[in-house]
Design a protein around this ligand. Structure first.
Ligand SMILES: Nc1ncnc2c1ncn2[C@@H]1O[C@H](COP(=O)(O)OP(=O)(O)OP(=O)(O)O)[C@@H](O)[C@H]1O
Ligand SMILES: [Mg+2]
Length: 263
């Protein structure tokens, strides 16, 4: 698979997304090039998750184009997109508490190998699948936790399991919506380190994250895309972005009063 002639792995062109009468994205043009780590930032309700959902095929934009590997992917669902190499981690929603780490990763690997018929019986004897499960677990430091039930993992380990499930699909690109939310500052950094190292080892070509923690954004991003009220406020390298106090204030601000829900 190759990137577009302009070096872009994927992009949106003039995307708008309406939820009924409410416009969550307005004319958003966003791109990610081969080799990039891009952070999407912005206050609550700015449209970050909506943008990730549009790019990963969960939502079809109201208007505008979404391209991946130089093909129009508007209307292509997330399952087909994952098969083409785009994978995302959700905010823990993929974790079934009763499953073990091994079972969770087996489901993800099986879906890539298209062995969906009976994931809990015949697949256990599938050496290729089990080897893959063990490789993915090792890549995120969960090799010793394979038989542990997901519900008993620490918050940080749950995050790593969620990230590992995305890696299990052997993606070219991964998108992470607040990969470190709900964990301590110390754990955030180690999760990011593990994730970036695992991505490199797995040949992942680009990472996109939605992140509120500006230390993490500053440390890992090649480029920062700031959204505000559904529009692109800035698309800048970190040094330029962080040298503008007004920009930082706009991004870490809260939802404007007019947009707050009535009590
Ligand atoms: N399914 C939906 N139906 C109606 N409105 C929605 C829906 N999903 C999101 N919205 C609204 O669209 C706007 C953008 O939401 P989105 O979840 O993309 O924001 P976000 O930047 O990810 O915010 P947060 O930082 O809180 O995760 C918000 O005002 C939100 O209330
Ligand atoms: Mg969000």
């Amino acid at each position: 698979m190759t990137a577009a002639a302009n070096g872009r792995l994927f992009e949106t062109r003039n995307v708008s997304m309406h939820y009924g009468a409410y416009r969550a994205l307005h004319d958003v043009s966003f791109h990610v090039a081969d080799g990039e780590f891009v952070s999407i930032v912005g206050p609550n309700g700015a449209g970050k998750t909506t943008l990730v959902n549009v790019v990963t095929g969960l939502l079809k934009p109201t208007t505008g184009e979404v391209r991946f590997m130089d093909r129009d992917i508007a209307g292509v669902g997330p399952v087909e997109l994952a098969r083409r190499g785009m994978s995302r981690a959700f905010q823990l929603v993929n974790i079934f508490p009763a499953l073990t780490v091994r079972e969770t990763l087996a489901v993800a690997v099986a879906s890539r190998l298209r062995r969906v018929a009976n994931p809990f019986r015949s697949l256990w004897r599938d050496r290729e699948l089990q080897a893959d499960v063990e490789r993915v677990a090792a890549a995120v430091g969960l090799a010793a936790r394979l038989e542990t039930q997901a519900s008993t993992l620490s918050q940080g380990e749950k995050k790593l399991l969620d990230i590992a499930s995305a890696f299990a699909l052997n993606p070219s690109v991964i998108l992470l919506d607040e990969p470190t939310s709900g964990v301590s500052t110390a754990d955030k950094h180690s999760i990011m380190e593990v994730m970036v190292a695992a991505a490199k080892a797995a040949g992942v070509r680009a990472i996109v994250q939605v992140e509120h923690d500006m230390d993490l954004v500053a440390r890992y991003s090649h480029r920062i895309v700031a959204l505000q009220e559904g529009k692109v406020l800035a698309d800048l390298p970190p040094d330029t972005f962080f040298s503008d106090p007004a920009m930082i204030a706009a991004v870490v601000g809260t939802r404007p009063p007019a947009m707050k829900r009535a009590p």
